[in-house]
Write a protein that binds this ligand. Structure first.
Ligand code: C5P
Length: 396
């Protein structure tokens, strides 16, 4: 465990995701950080101050006008104590208060009084997240240097499906405890493909694979942290893209190919992380296929190889591929490096169920013409940062 003397102030506001707050405190204290928690009045309906006091090992503050609490550590003192402030979850209401600069309770007052690096993890119903008022407020916070953490997409407590879920505590903890990165990729444009593709069979069916998009999205986040401009060309996934990335959503391999080719001219680096379907049905029938026969035969044709086509370009960017293999990982990966004329290839063993597809962890062996490096099992975010740094070292 690394020694981390970070002083983190966690502000919890009143949304259902507040139930994740004790776990977030544990994940933060596990890094060695000193954590203090401030609750809003409505947050106390979702999570008890006592649990948060127990896991943080510090008294929990919730009242601006409590003389006893003020005597222990006054609100200005608390604001000065913190070097990092994270509001998680941040409700739509709290985001609006922050955007306006209101100071009508302890947490909003602290937000005004602190110079700490501030993160906001909004969590709310998907419609509230998409509301123009919320988006305008979040843009205001970003313009003031507050880091807005994109919510995850998926099933919500209210039954809706969409963006607005608070990211998992581990992901938040990783993000705010990562040391600030030197902007070594500043001025560089990086195009990344991520996720699966969907190859239509008929109007309601398609052929796809289990790629979650997590690795590609983690690479986009790492590249942005290193100062790059990022274009993320993504197949359908459930993870949210970092807000600062230029996201292009596609479905099929042909659409992904087209989107990449339209943006590749200005790219310094291309990373093909998508699990692109190698084949697509020759004919996409107009009407839903009926189950009239006991057997169904589909004929497939090869999809364009996006990665190989990028590597073939006259002014090809530094081109990085991924190789998901189930056997002889190094042999097949090195073969691909040469055959597709790549600058680098990152190989992972997808036969190991604890890593790779859909998992939060991965391990990679990276090969380039003159060398190789093993990146041991780690969270995909950490691994993405290591890979981006390796790419930066090997750039022509
Ligand atoms: O040859 P293979 O499909 O195993 O190579 C995997 C690498 O090639 C990945 O980087 C993947 O993103 C890329 N790829 C591609 N277009 C395809 C197939 C694979 O860009 N049609």
């Amino acid at each position: 465990m690394t020694v981390n003397k970070q002083k983190i102030l966690l502000g919890v506001t009143g949304g259902i995701a507040a139930y994740k707050a004790p776990d977030l405190v544990r994940k933060l204290t596990a890094t060695g950080a000193d954590v203090r928690v401030v609750l809003t009045e409505s947050a106390e309906h979702f999570v008890s101050p006592l649990s948060l006091q127990a896991v943080s090992g510090n008294p929990v503050s919730n009242d601006l006008l409590d003389p006893a609490a003020e005597a222990a550590m006054g609100h200005i003192e608390l604001a000065k104590w913190a070097d990092t402030l994270i509001i998680a979850p941040a409700t739509a209401n709290f985001v609006a208060k922050l955007a306006l600069g209101l100071a009508d309770d302890l947490l909003s007052t602290l937000c005004l009084a602190t110079t700490a690096k501030t993160y906001v993890a909004p969590a709310m119903n998907q419609q509230m997240w998409q509301a123009p008022a919320t988006q305008t407020n979040l843009a205001t916070l970003s313009s003031r240097g507050i880091e807005v953490i994109a919510p995850d997409s998926g099933e919500q407590a209210c039954g809706d499906v969409g963006p607005g879920r608070m990211p998992e505590p581990q992901a938040l903890a990783d993000l705010i405890t990562q040391p600030a990165q030197e902007k070594v990729l500043s001025g560089k444009h990086i195009v990344i493909t991520a996720g699966p593709t969907r190859e239509a069979i008929d109007p309601v069916r398609y052929l796809s694979n289990h790629s979650s998009g997590k690795m590609g999205y983690a690479l986009a986040t790492a590249a942005l942290a290193l100062g790059a401009d990022v274009t993320l060309v993504s197949g359908p996934v459930a993870v949210s893209a970092p807000l600062a990335a230029n996201l292009i959503n596609v479905e099929s391999a042909q659409q992904m190919h087209e989107a990449v080719m339209q943006t590749i001219d200005t790219a310094d680096i291309f990373i093909g992380c998508a699990a692109v379907a190698d084949y697509r049905p020759v004919n996409v029938v107009d009407q839903k296929i009926k189950k009239d026969n006991n057997e169904l035969t589909l004929t497939f044709t090869k999809n364009p190889d996006i990665l190989a086509d990028v590597a073939k370009l006259e002014r090809a960017p530094f081109t990085v591929g991924f190789a998901a293999e189930t056997q002889d990982v190094s042999f097949y990966a090195k073969g691909k490096l040469t055959r597709k004329n790549l600058d680098m290839i990152a190989a992972n063993d997808v036969s190991d169920k604890s890593i790779g597809f859909n998992s939060d962890n991965n391990a990679l062996t990276v090969f380039w013409k003159e060398g190789e490096k093993k990146l041991e099992v780690a969270d995909k975010n950490q691994l993405a940062m290591q890979l981006m740094q390796l790419i930066n070292e090997q750039l022509r």
